[in-house]
Design a protein. Structure first.
Ligand SMILES: Nc1ncnc2c1ncn2[C@@H]1O[C@H](COP(=O)(O)OP(=O)(O)O)[C@@H](O)[C@H]1O
Ligand SMILES: [Mg+2]
Length: 215
């Protein structure tokens, strides 16, 4: 579905962040992008989401170069983002936040992420971090984009809540057939993914999880 071909990226002329990146992402799978702070994980995700273009090489969506398709169209049609800081609109309620970009029924998405009805009309700032991240995932699901890009989505959450959020992302991949790509620096969380893309020498190397790890 999404393919990175011979990609190189640098912010400046002197400092290459990513080099020789070749990766394939399929629908229906959860991918973890793993690496230490500053290695280029967020950069990878922004390139996949069409926020920027590779310096060399290309990114294909179903065989079409996203630069030719148009980066803004790629974002609109294909990719939804989930961030560590939730990025919800603070003066709006749960339902209103999801409705803004929804193409699928809002209430179904809220039910899928396990937010109880009494929270739906509440201002999002009156929710816990884990609940806010559930709203952000519901927003992603309801926008009905084939790719979900999550940048350290559990970075602000305790361990148990982080596991719940990870389970939701996995469910969205397996049950709704999305391609879910999650950045993390936690190798424990990354082990739960179907495919692990680990940073090595300026690029990410993919490794399929052993079958017994998957659920
Ligand atoms: N806008 C920018 N301009 C220049 N350098 C940047 C910019 N954003 C990130 N970098 C550098 O690129 C490298 C990768 O950053 P990033 O992708 O944010 O890492 P990660 O998400 O893995 O922590 C880092 O060395 C960082 O300092
Ligand atoms: Mg980052």
């Amino acid at each position: 579905m999404l393919q990175i071909v011979d990609m190189m990226y640098s912010y400046t002329d002197y400092n290459t962040v990513l080099e020789d990146v070749n990766l394939d992402f399929e629908q229906g799978k959860l991918y973890a992008i793993l690496g230490k702070s500053g290695c280029g994980k967020t950069t990878m995700l922004s390139l996949l989401g069409g926020l920027d273009s590779p310096r060399k090489g290309k990114i294909l969506y179903n065989g079409t170069d996203i630069r030719e398709y148009g980066l803004d169209r790629h974002r609109q049609d294909h990719a939804a983002f989930i961030f560590q800081g939730y990025n919800l609109i603070e003066y709006m309620t749960v339902k209103e936040n999801v409705a803004l970009t929804a193409k699928l029924p809002v209430e179904e998405a809220l039910e899928k992420v396990g937010l109880s009805k009494e929270l739906w009309d509440r201002n999002v700032l009156k929710l816990s971090g884990g609940q806010q991240q559930r709203v952000a995932i519901a927003r992603g699901i309801a926008s009905n984009k084939p790719i979900l890009l999550a940048d350290e989505p559990t970075g602000n959450l305790d361990e148990d809540t982080a596991k719940d959020i990870l389970a939701l992302l996995k469910k969205s991949a397996h049950e709704e057939g999305r391609c879910v790509i999650m950045v993390t620096h936690s190798s424990a969380l990354a082990q739960e993914a179907d495919v692990l893309c680990e940073f090595q020498d300026k690029h990410f190397v993919a490794k399929e999880a052993a079958d017994e790890n998957r659920s």
